[in-house]
Design a protein around this ligand. Sequence first.
Ligand SMILES: [Mg+2]
Length: 230
Amino acid sequence: MPLRNIKVIAFDADDTLWVNETIFRKAEEEFCILLEEYMPKKEANALLFDIEMKNLPLYGYGIKPFTLSLIEAAILISNGNMTIDLVQKLIEKGKEMLNEPVVLIDGIEETLQELSKKYRLVMATKGDLLDQEHKLIKSGLENYFHHIEIVSDKTEKQYKKLVKHLDIIENEFLMIGNSLKSDILPVLNIGAHAFHIPFHTTWAHEMVNEKIEHPNFRSYTKASELLQLL
Ligand SMILES: [Mg+2]
């Protein structure tokens, strides 16, 4: 069903436009295997997550902060006994992640193409500016977007700022994304619309244990279902 008042549709990037979380899961798995002689995999993974959470306010989101957290976690896990060779491997891991090809989410390009005929489309993502810019260029989706917003974190304040910048009111703004925590809840809280398209993998930090019931909220299983908005 089309939404009459919507003027701008904003899309989250990671795991909404392209695959992201699986790259991190794979890197974590490889990290745990590299450190297995010092600590069981599950414990090493939990320790890495704690370090990432501790570093988040200082480093923000993205692969570069993740690489630093890998090294910090490895020092702790190995009790300072890891080799320089291992440090080198972790640095290389980070670079490999930055160089991963962009894999688009099924049906997203066709969906953007159609929606861009009727709505102003925006990409709104958090994370590392340079890395997100690179991914956008590699994705080939750049031309569908009227505006690109890359923020350090997706908060109510940031969404309000974005809506104001777009010269619309909250009720004319629709956000689409895979994270309830970042893409849905803060958007509903400012009085805008938010649609959820979950990705099969969600980072523990983005998990929300609540059932959302809100008149401005809808949930879909795949991008092409958004064509109902036309
Ligand atoms: Mg996302």
